[in-house]
Design a protein around this ligand. Structure first.
Ligand code: AMP
Ligand code: MG
Length: 280
């Protein structure tokens, strides 16, 4: 069953409305959960191979390119599951993972992009941002953490920042994961019911649920103002976790394929080396 059409279908287009997103939809995949799992295992293998190519080209050819996966979504949207199941399928040697929580005192004393710049993936790596600089136009707006004069210029500033990253050889894969309010409740209930998930439970998440409409509004503004041709957003329906995992796997595969990577050739004479080895 094919799933390679997913990236094209999920790309945010000007005029798309957050209110119209169906979080239970599975665009570009007409199978069910078990078909999804089967496809996932094939595509994870492909992703791992492409990631190894990226790493190999950096090591052997000094290729400076990298990929940055930016994950945004409400609590329990499944960001952690993407890290565990999608990113977890590739060699950790080539991954740089960073979660962005509430800024520390030190971080607050700096420009909001300071901590972001420090976490960018090195050449040849896949960076993973579990939340990102976008929190500075999301939670920050919902909770009025800074005045409008301060957050308003951030959209343009973020676009300029991302332009700079792209010009430097980074491919950004920006993913907004959308779950329904009902599914979030289910997920949070599961965290309450399962002692192995209590560590993930945060009673503040329940308060945030009341702010859902405000979050929808700031997510819309984020998509409208920061989905550029050089760093477009993808909107991933995430009520069905098997689908969001497959979708984000496809997005990473597509980004890596566009780098047009090949295995670095030997910079030694293979026959000579074989002979030397046999004689050793
Ligand atoms: P979690 O991802 O569940 O560990 O939660 C991290 C928390 O940090 C979330 O509630 C985010 O909204 C919050 N957070 C992340 N970045 C910022 C930021 N720049 N300003 C304020 N809160 C933030
Ligand atoms: Mg949380």
């Amino acid at each position: 069953m094919s799933s390679s059409e997913i990236p094209r279908l999920l790309r945010f287009r000007a005029g798309d409305k957050v209110a119209d997103i169906d979080p239970r939809a599975t665009p570009g995949f007409d199978g069910d959960k078990s078909d999804g799992a089967e496809r996932q295992s094939e595509r994870s293998t492909r992703l791992a191979e492409l990631q190894e190519l990226l790493y190999a080209n950096h090591r052997a050819r000094d290729d400076h390119r990298s990929v940055l996966l930016v994950l945004q979504g409400m609590d329990a949207a499944g960001k952690g599951g993407i890290v565990k199941h999608v990113v977890g399928a590739v060699n950790p040697m080539g991954v740089r993972y960073t979660a962005f929580g509430k800024p520390t005192e030190e971080e607050l004393a700096h420009h909001y992009l300071w901590r972001i710049r420090k976490a960018l993936p090195p050449a040849g790596h896949i960076g993973v941002f579990d939340r990102s600089h976008y929190e500075d136009v999301l939670v920050v707006r919902v909770h009025d953490l800074v005045p409008p004069e301060e957050w308003e210029p951030r959209y343009d500033e973020i676009n300029a920042f991302e332009r700079e990253l792209v010009d430097g050889g980074m491919t950004l894969v920006k993913v907004a994961m959308f779950i329904s309010l009902d599914e979030q409740k289910e997920q949070l209930l599961e965290r309450l019911d399962d002692p192995t998930k209590h560590w993930k439970y945060n009673s503040g998440d329940v308060d945030e649920r009341r702010l859902w409409p405000k979050y929808q509004e700031v997510y819309q503004a984020m998509l409208d103002r920061t989905s550029t041709d050089f760093a477009p957003w993808h909107v991933v329906p995430s009520d069905r976790r098997w689908y969001s995992r497959l979708a984000i796997t496809e997005l990473l595969i597509e980004a890596l394929k566009r780098l047009d990577l090949s295995w670095p050739p030997a910079d030694f004479d293979i026959e000579t080396e074989r002979r030397r080895l046999m004689e050793s």
